[in-house]
Design a protein around this ligand. Structure first.
Ligand code: SF4
Length: 488
C-alpha cells in the first residue's frame, strides 16, 4: 500500500515507515497516487494521535495520552524512545484493525526482542509489570509475551557484574557454499589460496587480543569459533589454531569453548581429538534438515547418513555438549517435513537444538530465485514453529535465546533451546549485548558494551580473507585504542 503521511517532524518519518511495514511489508510513503492519508500528531508530554481522515469515522482515529512513562523508575533517556513507541503503537493499532492484521511481534521490528524485557527489568519493574507493558505498550501477543518473559528470566542469571568478555573467532571458509548462506564465508574450492595468509593474520590477532586481555584484566567467559566452518581447515592448521586459542585466550575463568563443526563431512576422529586436547566443551554439528533431497537442493555436500555418523563419532569420543541446527521453511519442505526432521534429531539426544527460520537474504546465492521457489506457506510455517517448540519442551528442552531477522518467513524467529544447565553462554551474551564481545578473524564483529545503560559500539573485521590479511595491522591498533577509550 502507498501512504501519504503528514507529520510535524520529518525525523519521525523513518519510524512511521517501520511501523507501516509491520502491517504491510510492501508499504511505501509517497506524495502522490497514494491509497491512504495518515496524519501523525504528538506532543512532548506523550500524547499521540494517528488520524486517517479518509476512513469511516468510527475507525479513523487512534489517540493516547501515555501515563506509564511518568513512573519515576523510567529515566529521561527513555523519553525519546517512548515517543517513537507510541507512534508505532498508534499506527499498528489503527491500521491493524482496519486491515484485520494482528502482528504477533506488535510494534517490535528489531532483531533482539528480549532486550526490551531486560531494559524494563533494569529500570526496576517486576516481571508482572514488565509483562503488562509488553502487552500494552509493545502490543505483543500473550504467547510471544510469555515466551520473551520465559527466555529473559532464564537469561538473567548469566549477566555478570565482573569485567568479563566473550570472544568470537570467525573462520570464513567452508568446503562449498550452501545456497541459502549469507554468512561471511567463501568456498575452499575457489579460495583455498587465501587460507595461509588469513591464518597468519589470525595468529597475530590472537596474540594482540591476549595482550589486550592482560592489559585490561578481562576475564574471558566464553570462546566461540564459528564461521564459516572451522573444521574445514586441514588438521594441522585446525589443531594449531585450537592450541593458540587455548594457550593465549582461554583461562580458568572460561566457562565454555565452542567450535562450529557445522558441516558433518569436515569432522573426523583426528579433529575431534584435537578439540579434546584443546579443552573444547561444545560443538555444533548441523543437519539443517533430515531429508536427503533437500540437502542436495540447498547445496550441502553431505547426506543424512553422514550427519548421523559424524554425531556418533563425536558422542563416542567426547563429552562435548552437542548443538544441532535445523531450518524451517526450506524450499520443497512443508511444516510436516520439518517436524519429522525435529523428531529424528531428537532421537540423537543433542543437548542443544537451534531452530532457524529461512530468511531469504540478498547475500544468498539463490536470492533472485526465491519468488520461483515452492516455499512453505506462512500459516504452515507458523504452526510448525509452535508445534516444534511444544515437541521439544516435552523432551525437556527450553528456549534460552531468540532473535529475528529481516525478511524472515512468516514473521517467525530463530530460537535456541537447551536441556537444563547446557545453555550456550556466548549466544546469550552476543544476543543481549550485556557483555563486550571481542571479535577476531573474518567478518567477526567486536561489540564494546559500556556505560550503565549498556551502550554498544560495533566494529566488523573485513569479511574477505585477503582484506583481513592486508589490514590486520591497522585493525589491531584500532581495536586496542577503542578498547582503552571505552573500557580502560
Ligand atoms: S556451512 Fe554454514 S557458513 Fe558454510 S556455506 Fe553453509 S551455511 Fe554458509
Amino acid at each position: 500500500m502507498k501512504f501519504f503521511v503528514e507529520i510535524q517532524d520529518a525525523r519521525q518519518l523513518a519510524n512511521v515507515i517501520a511501523a507501516l511495514k509491520i502491517i504491510d511489508p510492501q508499504a511505501e510513503v509517497t506524495e502522490e497516487h497514494y491509497d491512504l492519508r495518515l496524519i501523525v500528531e504528538y506532543s512532548s508530554n506523550f500524547w499521540v494521535r494517528i488520524w486517517a481522515p479518509d476512513l469511516p469515522e468510527d475507525e479513523n482515529l487512534w489517540e493516547m495520552q501515555d501515563q506509564d512513562i511518568f513512573d519515576p523508575r523510567y529515566q529521561e533517556s527513555d523519553y525519546p524512545k517512548r515517543l517513537k513507541e507510541l507512534i508505532r503503537l498508534g499506527i499498528i493499532s489503527l491500521l491493524g484493525k482496519r486491515f484485520d492484521r494482528k502482528p504477533i511481534w506488535g510494534t517490535l521490528s528489531a532483531v533482539r526482542p528480549t532486550k526490551i524485557f531486560h531494559h524494563l527489568r533494569q529500570r526496576g519493574f517486576s516481571v508482572a509489570e514488565t509483562r503488562q507493558k509488553l502487552l500494552t505498550i509493545y502490543a505483543l501477543t500473550p504467547e510471544i509475551t510469555d515466551l520473551l518473559i520465559e527466555i529473559g528470566t532464564r537469561q538473567e542469571k548469566f549477566f555478570q557484574p565482573a569485567r568479563t568478555v566473550s570472544l568470537y573467532i570467525g573462520i570464513p571458509f567452508c568446503p562449498s557454499r550452501c545456497r541459502y548462506c549469507s554468512f561471511a564465508a567463501v568456498s575452499l574450492e575457489t579460495h583455498h589460496h587465501l587460507v595461509k595468509g588469513f591464518l597468519e593474520a589470525l595468529h597475530l590477532e590472537i596474540a594482540a587480543t591476549r595482550q589486550l586481555i592482560r592489559e585490561h584484566g578481562f576475564q574471558v567467559e566464553s570462546v566461540y569459533i564459528g564461521g564459516g566452518t572451522p573444521t574445514s581447515l586441514n588438521l594441522a592448521d585446525f589443531a594449531e589454531l585450537l592450541q593458540a586459542v587455548q594457550g593465549s585466550l582461554v583461562s580458568e575463568h572460561t566457562r565454555e569453548f565452542t567450535v562450529e563443526a557445522g558441516r558433518p563431512e569436515t569432522i573426523d576422529a583426528d579433529k575431534i581429538q584435537a578439540m579434546k586436547n584443546a579443552g573444547v566443551t561444545r560443538v555444533c554439528v548441523n543437519p539443517q534438515t533430515m531429508k536427503d533431497e533437500t540437502l542436495q537442493l540447498i547445496g550441502r555436500r553431505h547426506s543424512v547418513a553422514q550427519f548421523i555418523q559424524a554425531v556418533m563419532m563425536v558422542e563416542q569420543m567426547s563429552h562435548f555438549i552437542v548443538n544441532m541446527d535445523l531450518i524451517l521453511g526450506l524450499p520443497g519442505e512443508n511444516g510436516a517435513d520439518f517436524l519429522q526432521s525435529c523428531q529424528q534429531v531428537l532421537q540423537l539426544k543433542p543437548e542443544n537444538i537451534t531452530i532457524h527460520t529461512l530468511a531469504p537474504k540478498r547475500a544468498a546465492a539463490w536470492h533472485k530465485d526465491f519468488a520461483a521457489l515452492d516455499l512453505t506457506q506462512e500459516q504452515d510455517i507458523g504452526k510448525a514453529w509452535n508445534e516444534a517448540l511444544s515437541m521439544l519442551r516435552r523432551e525437556n528442552y527450553f528456549p534460552y535465546y531468540i532473535y529475528r531477522q529481516r525478511s524472515i518467513l512468516a514473521e517467525q524467529a530463530n530460537i535456541g533451546l537447551a536441556r537444563p544447565e547446557t545453555e550456550n553462554i556466548y549466544n546469550i551474551q552476543m544476543m543481549e549485548e550485556r557483555e563486550t564481545i571481542l571479535g577476531l578473524g573474518g567478518g567477526a564483529i567486536t561489540k564494546w558494551v559500556f556505560g550503565s545503560d549498556y551502550q554498544v559500539l560495533r566494529l566488523q573485521n573485513p569479511k574477505c580473507p585477503a582484506t583481513y590479511h592486508r589490514d590486520i595491522g591497522k585493525l589491531i591498533v584500532k581495536k586496542a585504542q577503542q578498547t582503552r577509550l571505552l573500557l580502560g
